[in-house]
Design a protein around this ligand. Sequence first.
Ligand SMILES: Nc1ncnc2c1ncn2[C@@H]1O[C@H](COP(=O)(O)OP(=O)(O)OP(=O)(O)O)[C@@H](O)[C@H]1O
Ligand SMILES: [Mg+2]
Length: 212
Amino acid sequence: MLKAKNISHSFDYPLFEDISFEIKAKEKIAIIGKSGSGKSTFLHILSTFLKPKSGEVFYNGKNLYSLKEKEFIKIRKKEFGIVFQFHYLFNTFSARENIEAAALLSEREIDEKLLKRLDIFDVLNQNIQTLSGGQQQRVSIARVLTKKPKIIFADEPTGNLDKVNANEVMQILSEYCEKNDAALITVTHDAEISKFFDKVYELKNKRLNIWK
Ligand SMILES: Nc1ncnc2c1ncn2[C@@H]1O[C@H](COP(=O)(O)OP(=O)(O)OP(=O)(O)O)[C@@H](O)[C@H]1O
Ligand SMILES: [Mg+2]
């Protein structure tokens, strides 16, 4: 479904070299690694947000960064769902308006049951700025699932959550993938959630190695 070939990238110093990676439908993969190792950067490269210095990313056989603008944007908007490490919710909007924006852009319906399950139903009318960090995190997960993406890229999706909520969020993401033949790539520090993944890789010494 998604294949990265010989990816190298550097900012002020080389982050990784010659990394290849593949994920299939329904597969759930986690990437761990110490802070600053380049996990978020790698996720941005996989998910249309950053063109690597060298190497290619293929989505269903199509070379992502060589696609025409229109098709590229369509994939980002409709097929990929990205939960950013820093949420990038619309701050002047309410929680519900943020989710409505995603529904509108992707031409999907809001799943009210999902909002109940994520335990954000009672805060939907509050302005984003008045929500707790964990509530904002769950709103951003609701926003992404509302798009019904084929691949979910989640950067520390449980970073602000207690154990119970972290488990519930992972459960919801896993079930979503099962039901929709979707794939999940998660960057995480949270060893507790490793049980949800088929594979865990570690980004270390500029390489991606199998960890589990
Ligand atoms: N746009 C950028 N310009 C310059 N340097 C950047 C940019 N984005 C990231 N970096 C640098 O690349 C390195 C890796 O950053 P990245 O955010 O990918 O790490 P990470 O593994 O996700 O860390 P964390 O676990 O703390 O989130 C860092 O040293 C960071 O300063
Ligand atoms: Mg990061």
